[in-house]
Design a protein around this ligand. Sequence first.
Ligand code: 1CP
Length: 344
Amino acid sequence: MESYPKLLQVLKGNILSPAPVWLMRQAGRYLPEYRALRQKYSDFLQFCLTPDLAVEATLQPLRRYDLDAAILFSDILVIPHALGQRVAFHEGKGPQLLPLRSQQDFSRLGLDRFLETLSPVFETLRRLRVSLSPEKALIGFAGAPWTIFAYMVEGGGSRTFSQALQLWYRDPALARLVMDLICEATEKYLVAQVAAGAQVLQLFDSWAGVVPSPLMEQVIYAPTRRLLDFLRQEQPDIPVICFPKGIGEKIPTYVEATGVTALSLDTCVDLNVLLPQLSPRLPLQGGLDPQVLVAGGQILEQEIRRLEKSLAGRPYIFNLGHGVVPETPPEHVAQLMRIVRDRG
Ligand code: 1CP
């Protein structure tokens, strides 16, 4: 049992104190060694699809901090890329995709070369599994179907994703076709990640919060349920953590409607209101405001203790309520680790 990853113990429903810890976006731009590595390669997608680089970027934060898990270094937008959509990352501008708005745009996409295009990701996972010590969990991930749909239809980041929402009203038949393709692709992708060594999966639904209530069933609940049912059937022992960012008071409905096995909390939820509505057995993760990590110092300790107090008595994995932001001082992550570990 000694070397069985603590993260997996919690995901099976055990309560550990101190809680295991990893951080969303624990690799990336706040680390000088990542910026140095990244500087040498201009194309971010190719960076993600080069195992030497992706392995190195994944391991960088684990060399600095005693994190309980490594998360595959990649991006959620490798799925549209592998389906044949044009995806580009421009410095400072975020991702840009050739927007998918018509049946004709849709007809250019397909699964023919999907797994082949993503094969470097699987190679990265295989190499990571052998280089990580057995007590470190290896996390694979994908965007949740709606968040991928949002980027594919909108053509890039957006505050509202109005084009993506419009498609459900304007041409629901096409919207469903696109969503089905994304679900099928994501199923194949995640099953292949598990075959390559991922022990936990996380689904990032970063833009769940922009979806209006009447669309929630079609756009969020049904596709997520389909994906989780499929994974449970194919890989019954692999826990899936879902991160439906920004859905607030809809969380209990989301849990019920999708059958999630573990839930990652954003920074908006009021735990005093939410927790009494959730089963005490549901493993939870996250919640710390990434801006508190930027601030560091006393407020960081206060907020960590407040979270731990709220979540005491539940299976809980320490994490942020969203990703580490680039301006985070790396010393503050070291401080976070000391505070979280100093317990139990
Ligand atoms: O030049 C660079 O270095 C690009 C910056 C960058 C990085 C480091 C991007 C572009 N993606 C990533 C890595 C990444 N993305 C990881 C692995 C790193 C880790 O977790 O340690 C993961 C899990 C993601 C997931 C991701 N990509 C999400 C979901 C999580 C979230 O933050 O909400 C989303 C929405 C994306 C899209 C994306 N990719 C990159 C950017 C800047 C964005 C966001 C664009 C936007 O604001 O719409």
